[in-house]
Design a protein around this ligand. Structure first.
Ligand SMILES: O=c1ccn([C@H]2C[C@H](O)[C@@H](CO)O2)c(=O)[nH]1
Ligand SMILES: [Zn+2]
Length: 159
């Protein structure tokens, strides 16, 4: 495929694949930092906020196996602790060539806390993507509204 130059509007289609730029590229970069000595399965995530900021995350495993955290949750914890709660999309990258990396159930619930109608980009190693909404990945979900909350997106400083 020919390289593409210049500014590309997000998201864009190329060679029949859907790419999100720049967050898809950033998820692949984040994968390089994966701490995964136990599974050797590298995952990177890049989360795009409504105001255009991008935060990355990688999986961080632990000798106490069940304490490991996924790339998606790392990225969400980083972005929320930086004061953002309104998200446009999260892109996920792994080394899988034949399959689109799909978030685990725990991460789907973590995403859903901050709304159901934002996008998740499941990618293959070649950068091609499938676009899904949080709602499609986690239908009929339990969320903040079920506890009488407005939604998880309320501005920081409010509880
Ligand atoms: O969407 C996914 C799927 C798996 N992993 C991590 C968890 C664990 O460290 C390794 C193998 O499951 O990959 C993620 O970070 N995100
Ligand atoms: Zn997960």
């Amino acid at each position: 495929p020919k390289p593409v130059h210049g500014m590309l509007k997000w998201p864009y289609r190329l060679h029949g694949h859907l790419f999100i730029s720049p967050s898809s590229a950033r998820s692949a970069e984040a994968k390089a930092f994966a701490y995964c000595p136990y599974s050797r399965f590298r995952v990177g995530a890049a989360l795009l906020t409504k105001d255009g900021a991008i935060f990355t995350g990688c999986n961080v495993e632990n000798a106490c196996n069940n304490l490991g955290i996924c790339a998606e949750r790392t990225a969400i914890a980083k972005v929320v602790s930086a004061g953002h709660r309104e998200f446009k999309a999260i892109a996920i990258a792994s080394d899988l060539r034949e399959q689109f990396i799909s978030p685990c159930g725990g991460c789907r619930q973590f995403m859903r806390e901050f709304g159901s109608s934002w996008n998740v980009y499941l990618s293959k190693l070649d950068g091609s993507h499938v676009e899904m909404t949080v709602r499609e990945l986690l239908p009929r979900s339990f969320g903040p509204d079920d506890l009488g909350m407005e939604k998880g997106n309320s501005t920081p400083s409010k509880l």
